[in-house]
Design a binder for this molecule. Structure first.
Ligand code: SAM
Length: 253
């Protein structure tokens, strides 16, 4: 299952999406931290750390941060783990990875969530921050998450989700669809940064509903699958790889 339909205004076919997304983040990388910092009222670092704590990241855990981007989740994790030496950061964008490398001495790997270059059961905890919409298949991604976690290992996926009610939804659309991209262009003077935030909104708008994400996590063989929400906006999808883990179903033909 794709996290959202093809956005033909940006790329013509599903196959063209990875290249489009990669270019978008490569070009926007140098603006990303500043833009998300003020766009979320400087709450991002504290929120990432707080959610990692609540979902049970512990000192000593081997952490895989998928779609690490500029390293915002990994930097928050260092505050809990006390070190970056057990953190592996994965991202396809060379531009985003280059920024992340300036912040922490983790193990950085260029790659994609749908096919990760890691051994089975290599990690205790897996995170993915604000990137679920960018993968090409939720099922392939979650099968990979299941494969690389050790039995009993946990995962946490952070997302921003369009709210349910009509009024909050209209406010959300106004802010993310119009105000945020406009202010991004104004402050950065960069069309690349504006385009990155416009696409941010468009993928949130078109994203499959939370129930579909939960179903895909379950379908990959994960247990204790749930979604916690904050302000009806911030979604925290979490799951555990069962101790006696049946093999997840094979990929559909
Ligand atoms: C909005 S940024 C999120 C960065 C960071 N996790 C955070 O919390 O701010 C989305 C990231 O997803 C990455 N990405 C895009 N497609 C991906 C894929 N198929 N697999 C893994 N990461 C991907 C992009 O390169 C980008 O760095």
């Amino acid at each position: 299952m794709h996290p959202h339909p093809t956005l033909a205004a940006h790329y013509p076919t599903p196959e063209a999406k990875p290249e489009f997304v990669n270019r978008l983040f490569d070009r926007g990388a140098r603006h990303y931290d500043a833009v998300v910092d003020w766009g979320f009222l400087r709450s991002g670092a504290a929120y990432r750390r707080w959610s990692l704590q609540r979902h049970g990241l512990l000192a000593g855990d081997r952490l895989l941060d998928v779609a690490c981007g500029t390293g915002l989740v990994a930097v928050a994790a260092v505050k809990i783990l006390g070190t970056a030496k057990n953190i592996t950061c994965l991202d396809p964008s060379a531009g985003m990875l280059a920024v992340a490398r300036t912040k922490l001495a983790a193990n950085f790997v260029q790659g994609r969530a749908e096919q990760m270059p890691f051994a089975d059961q290599a990690f205790d905890f897996l995170t993915m921050g604000y990137a679920l919409r960018h993968v090409t298949s939720l099922d392939a991604t979650f099968r990979e998450f299941h494969r690389v976690l050790r039995p009993g290992g946990r995962l946490l996926i952070l997302e921003v989700t369009k709210p349910a009610g009509r009024f909050p939804r209209a406010l959300f659309r106004l802010y993310f669809g119009h105000v945020y991209p406009f202010l991004t262009r104004l402050f950065t003077r960069s069309n690349d940064a504006r385009d990155m935030m416009r696409y941010y909104w468009e993928t949130m708008d078109a994203c499959v509903p939370p129930a579909a994400v939960l179903q895909a996590l379950q379908g990959a063989g994960l247990a204790a699958v749930k979604r916690d929400t904050l302000l009806g906006l911030f979604s925290e999808y979490s799951a555990v790889k069962p101790l006696a883990s049946p093999r997840p179903p094979p990929p559909l033909p």
